[in-house]
Design a protein around this ligand. Structure first.
Ligand code: SF4
Length: 425
């Protein structure tokens, strides 16, 4: 029996999929990369963006034919809004909350294998042999007005730090080279429990585990995604102090207009964000800062958008992930009039991208002529690809049979583009 698993959306879903894979493999299922060959399909869906939901609909016609013949079982889980669950109900054989994936064996009539009730206690079957995601909390209490997560994943719950540390120790023992701590609001870790440590303390404990040893074999530690409101001086100090904690931060701004931030329920002002950003740049030399931003939020005027464009020019991000606003049913923003046209949203996104292309290129140009340590990821077409500590993709030539994937190597950077670098060994 073969399974095909399809995680959509963010790293959190990908990490959850690794735990589901563990269950399926324990039940004797073998993985296939082709849904046409599968007996069992598991979709780890994402309601955060409508486009991800549309992709699931796109697959149905083919699946339905095989389901009717009794050749295929389809399971839906993930980060899914109730609105989408209702629509998906007739299409899937089982729709299950992520917190209940331990019930999958029972559904597949294999009751002899049991898994812990708390799904985060299930050991994941990591897809990569050298890069791993470690969830440290799930859910979110922030209720940003555009976001589906508090409705799909519920309130924020921190995982016990001893479980997180045990998972990280195990990854270090296995020789992993990059460990990313995950949370919807990663830096509010521990605040939901009186007895738990906070995020800077957790990060420091993890950094200490990997602090000694050869820098070409100890792993890089990353985390995502932090909220500006919880970014403390202690956190900046830990990142600055430990060389194995990557000098790379995604700091979502979402808008450069105070009025829009207020409507988004983002509890900071543009001035507060700028102060934090500047403090990070000052305290952590060579830090790479990316951001998330939404264009075309309901009621966003041209002037308010121009404030975001101005902020982009001023702060000079290394990278940015721009989303055009799309209504998520049931969220507070769904009550507002989605009155910025598609065309205008596209134009605004394009404008931010062109500013970013310039600022990112300026950052990347500074690396030309330097030696950068990179983590090699794969061979593609006729060259190898890896990434710097700042998460910039680097292309370089080396024989395909050199087995470089998963290794740290030094590369002399010879050429810069906006979103990539080229170099040689
Ligand atoms: S912080 Fe806001 S955007 Fe991020 S998961 Fe929570 S509600 Fe969503």
């Amino acid at each position: 029996m073969k399974y095909w698993i399809w995680p959509l959306g963010c790293q959190m879903n990908k990490s959850d999929a690794e735990r589901i894979e563990k269950i399926l493999k324990s039940l004797g299922y073998k993985k296939t990369d082709d849904d046409k060959l599968a007996d069992l399909i598991v979709v780890v869906a994402c309601s955060v963006r409508q486009s991800a939901i549309d992709r699931v609909y796109g697959k149905f016609r083919w699946w339905a034919k095989r389901q009717k013949k009794g050749e295929l079982i389809a399971i839906l889980t993930g980060c899914v809004l109730d609105h989408d669950i209702q629509k998906f109900k007739p299409k899937f054989d089982l729709i299950i909350d992520l917190q209940e994936i331990n019930k999958i064996p029972k559904f597949l009539e294999q009751t002899d294998i049991k898994f812990p009730k708390n799904y985060l206690k299930i050991d994941p079957d990591y897809i990569s042999k050298y890069q791993a995601y470690v969830p440290i909390s799930t859910g979110c209490n922030n209720y940003c007005t555009y976001c589906a997560v508090p409705y799909t994943r519920g309130r924020e719950k921190s995982r016990p730090s001893k479980d997180i540390i045990a998972e990280v120790k195990n990854l270090i023992k296995k020789g992993y080279k990059e460990i990313t701590l995950l949370g919807e609001n990663v830096n509010s870790y521990g605040l939901d429990k009186k007895t738990e440590i906070d995020f800077p303390t957790l990060l420091e404990k993890i950094a200490k585990l990997t602090e000694s040893g050869n820098p070409y074999s100890r792993p890089w530690i990353r985390f995502t995604s932090p909220h500006p409101k919880d970014f403390s001086d202690e956190l900046i100090e830990v990142i600055a102090k430990y060389p194995n904690v990557c000098n790379q931060i995604n700091l979502p701004v979402q808008s450069g207009s105070n009025a829009v931030l207020k409507k988004m329920n983002r509890p900071y002002t543009v001035a507060q964000y700028k102060n934090l950003y500047k403090k990070i740049r000052q305290e952590i030399p060579d830090v790479s800062i990316s951001t998330d931003v939404i264009v075309g939020f309901p009621g966003e005027t041209k002037k308010q958008f121009e404030d975001t464009a101005k902020l982009f020019k001023e702060l000079k991000f290394n990278m940015a992930f721009t989303a055009q606003f799309s209504v998520r049913p049931g969220t507070a923003a769904s009550q507002l009039k989605d009155n910025v046209s598609q065309l205008e949203k596209k134009r605004r996104e394009k404008q931010l991208t062109s500013i970013l292309m310039k600022t990112a290129l300026d950052h990347n140009k500074k690396l030309v002529g330097t030696i950068q340590k990179i983590l090699v990821e794969k061979y593609s077409k006729d060259h190898w690809l890896g990434r710097t500590e700042g998460m910039v993709t680097v292309r370089f030539k080396a024989p395909k049979n050199r087995r470089l994937a998963g290794r740290f190597i030094d590369i002399k950077i010879t050429k810069a583009e906006s979103f990539s670098l080229a170099g040689r060994i």
